[in-house]
Design a protein around this ligand. Sequence first.
Ligand SMILES: NC(=O)c1ccc[n+]([C@@H]2O[C@H](COP(=O)([O-])OP(=O)(O)OC[C@H]3O[C@@H](n4cnc5c(N)ncnc54)[C@H](OP(=O)(O)O)[C@@H]3O)[C@@H](O)[C@H]2O)c1
Length: 338
Amino acid sequence: MDNKIKIGIVGFGTIGKRIADAVQLQNDMELVGVTGRTYNYRIQLAKDKGIKIYPFPGYEDELAQNGIQFAGTFDDLLDNVDIIVDCSPKPYGKENKEKYYLPKGVKAIFQGGEKSDAGEVSFVAQCNYNEALNKNYVRVVSCNTTGLSRTLNAIDKLYGIKKCQAMLVRRGTDPHDVKKGPLDAVVPTLKLPSHHGPDVQTVMPNLDIFTTAIIVPTTIMHMHSVNVQLQNPASKEEVLELLKNTQRVRIVRNAEKVNSTAAIMELAKDLGYKRGDMMDICVWDDSVNVYGNELYFMQAVHQESDVVPENIDAIRAMMGFQDKEFSMRMTNQSLGLK
Ligand SMILES: NC(=O)c1ccc[n+]([C@@H]2O[C@H](COP(=O)([O-])OP(=O)(O)OC[C@H]3O[C@@H](n4cnc5c(N)ncnc54)[C@H](OP(=O)(O)O)[C@@H]3O)[C@@H](O)[C@H]2O)c1
């Protein structure tokens, strides 16, 4: 259909390949193609699946020598899309913006590794969809910032947040990545606050939040231990009900023995999610506790996938689609989220 939003993906790694799959599930979007760079199994799979491939400048020979055929040049991709979703590693998104997207006047989405000035807006759909309406450059924030913003936004709206402190336990790297660590150490982030708190403030500017972070030898999820001082009284039961009804947040039950990040990843596989992804932020029911005006809870974030639905909603917002709830509903349904 001609009126579909035409999407190009630059960078076909952990995030890019997931967004490419998600775009193909949207009735109102068309995946024009993805960029290939170095030759690897991911780009080979894209070819095998019939996804159109455009070479990132400088990598034409390497790809061609390995049997990758091109649908056109990188310029052709830019000329034929409404929006580029740039999924390159930091800081190349911003570099690509200056070099390619701005001169061609192509709209682009950047990912959370980029500094916040890569986009005109830092985006989490349920927090600030409307701010991205008709924008040319939007940054979808990082996995951790997305996770904190989803839950804290709901809590702030209902109770008001006086102050929030969160300790982030971060995965060392993604499962496929054999080059990074730590393998056997706990690594504290010694510059305080960790960058996550200020990043949440790019989405929720009025939130008083302070974050600390440590990196641990695991690849499968991040975990957050969150303490919130509330402006208005709350009970454990009410907070659980609120989070249960918050989009892209899932309550996981200790009684069902979902008591670790490993169990959540297994649950995602058993639920039949593609790649075993868990796009919902998972809050442990028993971790939700209220003492006076202080709320405590713990949540887990699947770093490889939670930002995927945000990218889809950001595309619609940038194309001027005004109905945030409808966009989120279409995205959720297509991805099998509640
Ligand atoms: N992974 C996560 O947990 C996660 C979560 C949320 C947000 N993010 C953010 O998402 C972005 C992408 O991360 P990722 O984990 O998907 O990275 P990744 O797995 O390393 O994939 C990056 C992709 O971009 C390509 N690339 C490298 N340099 C490029 C350039 N200059 N221009 C265009 N493409 C280039 C890579 O090609 P080659 O394979 O040839 O190098 C690869 O296909 C980052 O901003 C990151 O902070 C990541």
